[in-house]
Design a protein around this ligand. Structure first.
Ligand SMILES: O=C(O)CCC(=O)C(=O)O
Ligand SMILES: [Fe+2]
Length: 360
């Protein structure tokens, strides 16, 4: 079983017909494999190459420099090598597919630089200082003296935002639902952009040690870009791990890999799949990837019924109770990351520091 390729050309060439055509390909891809390459995505190759060049420069900095911007309680900054171990188990279509505790024996063999949406992208009626303390609404951290890095990352970020919005329209077209009903929930999206460096893993790779342990993503849509080192693997519905290498199209452009997170899968009543994936870097070389997590506003209620009866017939009860995306995200992050967070003055943050705070 191969990872399908979705060519987005028709989306730009004839938007109305193109949308339903792409939505059909999207449905096929996500009912089955749960991963797809997208080509002709309109993100300039120069923007991708520039951000990867800067990505390498950042991770080549001395550890001391990177540690100055350690991951803070707004989930922004630098996460050192092997500091984080995946704990959440993975379900796909409601069925346990990765018993994480039994499989994972070591922290992820990767280091990351993470930015999220800019905190000033918050509700227009809130003052910045109020917003500052709200869940996940804080400032990004940037390495000192690297203006080119910041510029390259933000250029990439803004291109991917545009692309992700188009992919959201495809999701709603696949759900036979008018995107405009939800557009406002994507005006202040929850975005995570994670730039991962995977040093080569020793050979043979010990059992249970991963660059990225098997997991499903938690959110709505993920857009991944990677170098040509390989190492990413995707679990097929029949339980086989298959490689998901970088793909360069005939016009010399890098394709993106896209997948759905748990939120999208639950929203569709498990009809579309969130698929487990993992990274093992057996190449003997350094691997670099960039993951763009595109999620709705934290207060959006995820309710299958809001997508009509396309994914769940009227006479059936949906598999999940309605819940806000913020509740889901908070559970996930506090389960997996909270003890890693550093406050601005360098001390570890309280585990549940933000528990009682507002969700917006
Ligand atoms: O680095 C990769 O290729 C995948 C990383 C990933 O799956 C994630 O960060 O969620
Ligand atoms: Fe992932």
């Amino acid at each position: 079983m191969a990872i399908p390729v979705i060519d987005l050309s028709v989306l730009w060439d004839s938007p109305a017909d193109g949308l339903s055509e792409v939505a059909q390909m999207f449905t096929c891809a996500f009912q089955e494999m749960g991963f797809a390459y997208i080509t002709n995505h309109h993100v300039p190759q120069s923007v991708i190459e520039r951000v990867f060049a800067q990505h390498r420069c950042f991770h080549a900095l001395p550890l001391e420099e990177k540690n100055k911007i350690r991951l803070n309680q707004w989930h922004r900054g630098y996460l050192p090598l092997a500091s984080y171990q995946v704990k959440s188990e993975s379900k796909s279509k409601g069925v346990l597919v990765e018993n994480t505790k039994a499989i994972v024996k070591a922290p992820n063999q990767s280091e990351s630089f993470i930015i999220n949406h800019e905190h000033f992208e918050g509700p227009p009626d809130l003052k910045e200082e109020e917003l500052f303390n709200r869940y996940l609404q804080g400032p990004n951290q940037w390495p000192h003296g690297m203006p080119d890095f910041r510029e390259a990352v933000l250029a990439y970020y803004h291109e991917l935002k545009k692309l992700a919005l188009e992919l959201s329209k495809v999701f709603f077209a696949a759900s036979k639902t008018d995107f405009n009903r939800f557009a406002s929930h994507f005006q202040r999206p929850s975005i995570g952009l994670r730039m991962l460096h995977y040093p080569p893993q020793p050979s043979p790779v010990p059992e249970g040690v991963f660059g990225s342990a098997p997991h499903c993503d938690h959110g709505f849509i993920t857009i991944l870009s990677q170098d040509d080192i390989g190492g990413l693997e995707v679990k097929t519905p029949s339980g086989e791990w298959i490689p998901a290498p970088n793909m360069i199209t005939s016009n010399g452009e890098s394709a993106f890999l896209i997948n759905l997170g748990d939120t999208a899968s639950k929203w569709t009543n498990d009809c579309l799949r969130a698929t487990p994936h993992r990274v093992i870097n057996r190449s003997g070389r350094d691997r670099y990837s960039i993951v763009f997590f595109w999620d709705p506003q934290l207060d959006l209620v995820i309710d299958t019924r809001d997508l009509g009866t396309h994914w769940c017939p009227a006479d059936k009860k949906p598999n999940y109770e309605p819940h806000t995306y913020g509740q889901h995200l908070r559970n996930l992050l506090s389960n997996n990351y909270a003890e890693l967070y550093y406050t601005i003055d360098g001390a570890n943050s309280e585990h549940d520091q933000n528990k009682e705070k507002d969700m917006n």
